[in-house]
Ligand binder design. Structure first.
Ligand code: RNT
Ligand code: ZN
Length: 419
């Protein structure tokens, strides 16, 4: 027995005293799909054949060497990340992360042909793929508006883009045998107080209805809609606010996408999950970390992440929750950013599944709230780290230290040569 195995045995003894089975928790956590966001690897630049700055109110700061400049480079990077993250991973793309452009074809004409190498790659690795249309970094995002733009021609361009990406998602789903989540986020909004908030919202609703009028079997593709509080330069009004999209999702049976960086700084999304699921809702999580003005820092194993994972996992409704990471940091090694965040997501889920829930509920049901508090605090020092290390070993994934060494080796051999 090595040290990791010994520590795990002891941890199991302790957990069993609390009525928790670590073996069952590991089995469960392994099978929760987490979608890795490919856009951390290319700084949300995409691989189209024209140059635009990142628009739409998002910003990627930093210039650490090694950004993936082509889809091939990005896939190579993701291959490394996949060896560093335990459990079932998927990969999520933005709609401009094409393999190749075809002459004269813009975003309103993308087909699976533009993404065929992604499909082959995913098939080969046996992983599911998700995708999101890209409503930013394009001249047709005019005056900050896309689907809610007053001009019917501009709206049509973006409606067609949405349709194209849904069809591509369906193709991913059909070929890979697992439904592809297609997430709609658009930056539409106003820097300063608009005279009319109503008309853009009516137009946004109409455009979305047009995109979703085409029925696609949920066996292949699942639509999600993502709300946001504000973006940089879009501080006064976001057309697709939380109220707008929560209503839209409920009425149209779509997944509501909750991005943890898209709310007021003191507003946690943890509490929202049961409220939505209790009413037949389904949720796509964009797991991120807001820091001051930025909604997209690498996720850390902090209280916010722990509460999201806890609320997502402990009630047994993970079949209604989809997990996708969403952050971008260009000031550190991008493989590290992806791997650290993805491992934190998995760690947080493991910690949630190791919670002595029955015990806590027992105190709660007996109205013994002081004992509930004491037990919750006690649970924080249970030896989840020993379970995590054993889990990684069992899954043939490096531990936290070895992970770092592997990333450094890849940086030296590959990333540093990209400058
Ligand atoms: C933006 C949204 C959206 C983006 C991606 C890159 O605030 O969170 O999901 O992160 O489109
Ligand atoms: Zn998001």
């Amino acid at each position: 027995m090595n040290r990791t195995e010994k520590a795990f045995e002891t941890a199991c003894d302790i957990y069993r005293e609390y009525g928790v089975d670590p073996v069952a928790a590991m089995e469960k956590v392994k099978n929760i799909p987490v979608s890795l966001h490919a856009w951390q690897g290319d700084d949300v630049v995409g691989f189209e054949n024209f140059e635009t700055a990142l628009t739409g109110g998002c910003q990627v700061t930093g210039n650490y060497p090694g950004r993936a400049r082509t889809a091939d480079e990005l896939r190579a990077d993701l291959d490394v990340v996949l060896t560093l993250v335990p459990g079932k991973s998927r990969v999520c793309l933005q709609g401009h992360q094409v393999d190749k452009m075809l002459p004269g074809v813009d975003r309103d004409g993308f087909t699976i042909e533009h993404f065929s190498s992604w499909l082959d790659w995913a098939k080969d690795r046996g992983i599911g793929m998700d995708i999101a249309p890209c409503y930013y970094s394009h001249p047709k995002l005019d005056h900050g508006l896309s689907l809610s733009h007053p001009d019917a021609g501009i709206r049509k361009f973006w409606i067609d883009h949405g349709l194209c990406i849904r069809r591509i998602a369906a193709e991913f789903g059909r070929t890979l045998g697992t439904p592809s989540v297609c997430n709609f986020w658009m930056p539409d909004g106003f820097k300063d107080i608009p005279a009319d908030r109503y008309a853009p919202r009516l137009r946004m609703k109409e455009s979305l209805d047009a995109i979703f009028a085409e029925k696609i079997d949920e066996k292949y593709e699942l639509d999600a809609v993502e709300s946001k509080l504000f973006g940089i330069g879009v501080e006064s009004c976001t057309v697709g606010s939380h109220d707008f999209f929560l209503m839209y999702a409920a009425r149209n049976n779509k997944l509501i996408c909750l991005d943890s960086g898209h709310f007021h700084p003191t507003e946690s999304i943890g509490d929202k999950l049961s409220a939505i699921v209790a009413q037949q809702g389904r949720i796509l999580l964009h797991v991120s970390r807001g820091v001051r003005w930025d909604s997209d820092h690498v996720i850390l194993l902090n209280d916010e992440l722990l509460s999201i994972a806890r609320e997502a996992a402990v009630y047994g409704y993970t079949d209604r929750i989809w997990f996708c990471l969403d952050y971008f940091d260009a000031s550190i090694n991008r493989i590290a950013a992806m791997a650290i965040g993805a491992r934190n997501m998995r760690k947080a889920l493991l910690i949630a599944l190791l919670e002595p829930l029955d015990l806590l509920r027992k105190e709660e049901n007996a109205w013994n709230f002081s004992a509930r508090m004491a037990r919750m605090e006690e649970a924080k020092s249970l030896p989840w780290g020993d379970v995590w290390r054993f889990f990684c070993e069992k899954e043939n994934i490096p531990d936290d230290t070895a992970m770092l060494q592997r990333i450094a080796a890849y940086e030296k051999a590959v990333l540093s040569k990209r400058a």
